[in-house]
Design a protein. Structure first.
Ligand code: DGJ
Length: 690
């Protein structure tokens, strides 16, 4: 007996089928099936053969593959009873609840007192599935592994794209081939981490940004996570995501974070647009237009002097900044990074009259004021540690990270204390922004730590809904859809090197829209790479995302200040639509060029950025092929930064002297002939449908 369910939209279909009331498997996931498709028949048609050396049936890759079915790969639930006996449930159907866009399925095994609920939904605006597993037990049990609903990826999607990275080089794409066996990523750092962005894309051979099939997954969780991408010995493939192993205590209820998934037949851009739109629609800003951001970290570090900060704020405002963020160094006796985390009291040596004189000055310039915190951390050299060494997470013999320890966020006393300290500062000062940092990995994997942090942020957001929060973790160490349910911006990377930033923000655009991705114009000589890059390149690179500045404005010469101001004015004039645009990664025919097209959702206008990172192998610039345009529509395209044409460009490509016009088909198939240019520069092309 087969029970089957279909959850789909115009782009994709997911068909689940349960045989004899057992846990269902995703028997189809891919391009949208026509309305008349018989989904029960599909469940039968997909049945695989059996031959020598095999079990008499193929155990299904169900939404939670079961040991009781002799499943030959990684199972979806690994747990033990209180006395240590392994759990081996045989789940059977109990109930289903279906609407056009949601499906809730409940299965149980009364013999061991377990209930498994699978929650599935499909957002019709983004074409993104949200999948979650909940396990409830009659008796307390230990769960070592619980997978979010497990999906199969088809034989055609044989390439694996996953993400690694490091401090100052987040979102590195790693591509490999599906091979027999399990590819397991067990992120035991307790945070999302630079090295483990929780996502996975299975692609068909030859898939590019603009064409080909993609099965995309993102696990929306800020603690440690585990990913399993496995090709079984029989050739079938499954993808699992869940909290990191040993992420749960002895309990009676366990739930995974949401797993977001999407199928696209339009290359990586198809799934990227789904993920970007999800965040654009779900992240709520207290003011819709994104203010130009200034952060003082790389200008002064810990050396806070009121007069200098006022001067810096005045100069930042002259350049166009609309928000001033006071970074690390304002509290306790924090003159370097060895001390004071936990002592969230204003340092009276640096601010004898509190923060009001600086805030008043900043507000007087018309800017909002933001403040840096690192709430989950503690230094041994702090009053908080002297009072509460027992609030530390893990053993005191653990290796320190940036000379600091971590507070136990599962302890409600810790959370209450942090809430009291932060809310007192927010109530007594005009603060509308928090930069929430997290500069080390955790000493142990503990889901409760993440839950505790979420709870504290939620409480602060409820008490101070006008205060936006930026998620920073030594740059991009805590970026995921879980933290973005409660924060409004991410600090993508501590690298302000525009060359590096081009790569990082381009790859992060597989998930992140411009509106939440902070990108700052750094110092002339980059503090993390030592590179010297032109102001134009630095400014246009930051203008591709949520624009900010982070250099000392006192270092700018007149030309640099004028360039930065002009780019900032351009960004402000365009931000209303630009921050709502889809970022399409272009398939650049020159590996030295990173190019992307930011397209208004309705397609009427766009801006394309083409950055030349190094000299090209060939002498002529390869035509820049656009994407996402209407083939038959005509477009006018112009250079926004024509003044940057080099005197070594001696020819006459049409765009050099003025706007050009052609159909979308021409721009997408042939591409645009661009003027020759130096490496470390970029072209900005504005396009309009005529
Ligand atoms: C790490 C962050 O990524 C930086 O931007 C800065 O806020 C420092 N921490 C401050 O300690």
């Amino acid at each position: 007996m087969i029970k089957a369910w279909h959850l789909g939209d115009a782009r994709q279909s997911l068909v689940l089928a349960s045989q004899d009331d057992r846990l269902p498997a995703a028997v189809y996931w891919g391009a949208a099936l026509p309305a008349g498709e018989d989904i029960e028949a599909i469940a039968r048609l997909g049945e695989f053969d059996v031959t020598g050396g095999m079990l008499d049936r193929n155990p299904e890759i169900s939404l939670c593959p079961e040991a009781s079915r002799n499943f030959p790969g990684q199972i979806g639930l690994v747990g033990r009873t209180a006395s240590g006996a392994p759990l081996c449930p045989e789940f059977r159907f109990q109930e289903a609840d279906k609407t056009d866009s949601t499906l809730n399925l409940v299965f149980g095994d009364d013999s061991c007192g377990l209930k498994l609920t699978i929650l599935l939904s499909l957002d019709d605006q983004t074409s993104l599935y949200k999948l979650k597993t909940v396990l409830e037990s009659r008796d307390p049990i230990t769960v070592d592994w619980l997978a979010a609903p497990v999906l199969q990826t088809p034989a055609s999607a044989s390439r694996l794209l996953e993400f690694s990275g490091r401090w100052c080089s987040e979102f590195q794409i790693r591509e490999s081939e599906f091979l027999p066996g399990a590819r397991v990523r067990d992120n035991r750092t307790g945070r999302t981490d630079h090295a483990h962005f929780p996502a996975f894309l299975a692609t068909a051979k030859g898939t590019s940004n603009t064409a080909g099939e993609v099965y995309a997954f993102h696990y929306g969780w800020s603690g440690g996570h585990k990913m399993v991408a496995e090709e079984l010995a029989d050739g079938r493939r499954q993808v699992q995501f869940g909290h990191a192993t040993a992420g749960y205590a002895i309990e009676t209820r366990f739930e995974t974070a949401p797993l977001y998934a999407s199928y696209s037949a339009e290359g990586l851009n198809g799934s990227a647009v789904s993920f970007q739109r999800h965040l654009r629609k779900s992240v709520t800003f207290s003011r819709p237009e994104r203010p130009v951001h200034y952060n003082c970290w790389e200008a002064v570090y810990f050396d806070h002097k009121l007069d200098e900060l006022k001067d810096i704020a005045t100069r930042a405002a002259d350049l166009g900044a609309e928000r001033f963020v006071l970074d690390d160094g304002w509290f306790g006796r924090r003159d370097d990074d060895t001390t004071s985390l936990g002592d969230w009291w204003i340092d009276e040596r640096k601010y004898p009259d509190g923060l009001a004189p600086l805030i008043d000055h900043v507000k007087g310039l018309g800017l909002e004021f933001g403040l840096w915190f690192e709430p989950e951390m503690i230094n041994e050299d702090s009053d908080l540690y002297r009072q509460h060494p027992d609030w530390v997470l893990g053993s005191l013999t653990q290796i320190r990270g940036r000379q600091q320890l971590v507070l136990d966020m599962a302890n409600s006393l810790v959370r209450d204390h942090l809430f009291e300290r932060i809310s007192e500062l927010l109530s007594t000062n005009v603060i509308s922004y928090i930069k929430w940092d997290h500069n080390r990995v955790l000493p142990q994997v503990a889901a409760e730590q993440t839950v505790g942090t979420y709870e504290l942020i939620d409480r602060l957001r409820e008490g101070f809904p006008h205060v936006e929060i930026e998620s920073c973790s030594a740059g991009g160490g805590r970026i995921d859809f879980g933290i973005l349910e409660r924060t409004q911006r991410v600090w993508l990377s501590d690298s302000n090197d525009a060359l590096e930033r081009q790569r990082i923000q381009h790859d992060a655009a597989l998930f992140l829209p411009a509106s939440i991705t902070g990108s700052h114009v750094g110092p002339r000589k980059c503090h993390t790479s030592g590179r010297v890059l032109s102001m134009s390149f630095r400014a246009w690179t930051a203008a591709q995302r949520h624009l900010g500045f982070e250099m000392d404005p006192r270092e700018l010469d007149t030309d640099e200040a004028a360039t930065l101001k002009a780019v900032t004015d351009w960004w402000k004039a365009n931000r209303e639509w630009l921050m709502q645009a889809d970022i399409l990664r272009l398939d650049s025919d020159d590996p030295s060029v990173i190019a992307e097209l930011h397209r208004e959702e309705t397609g009427g206008r766009f801006v394309a950025f083409a950055a030349l990172l190094q000299t090209s192998a060939q002498i002529l610039p390869r035509p820049l092929r656009l994407s996402g345009l209407e083939p038959a529509a005509r477009y006018r395209v112009d250079l926004a930064n024509r003044s940057e044409i080099s005197n070594l460009s001696r020819g006459s490509p049409a765009l050099k002297s003025g706007p050009i016009e052609a159909t979308g088909q021409y721009f997408m198939s042939h591409g645009i002939s661009l003027p020759w240019k130096f490496p470390g520069t970029l072209w900005v092309l504005e396009g309009q449908r005529i």
